[in-house]
Design a protein. Structure first.
Length: 67
């Protein structure tokens, strides 16, 4: 059961995959090996990051909505 965004209550959400650099040598060489799934509210912009490596096949939108 979806409860909606914790900030505004909207049930309109999206998701994107993003990659970020770490620190040290990977930062200097711009190696983006840290991958995350971002779930965001399309109404207010509230966002949550989920580590792609530890996210299972489950639907992260359920986590975003408190499921």
């Amino acid at each position: 059961m979806n409860k909606g965004c914790i900030k505004c209550g909207s049930s309109d959400a999206g998701q994107k995959e993003v990659a970020m650099t770490g620190n040290g040598l990977s930062k200097m060489l711009d190696l983006q090996h840290n991958k995350f799934l971002v779930v965001y509210c399309k109404n207010c912009g509230y966002s949550e990051f989920y580590n792609k490596k530890s996210s299972t096949a489950g639907n992260v939108l359920d986590f975003f909505f408190g499921g």
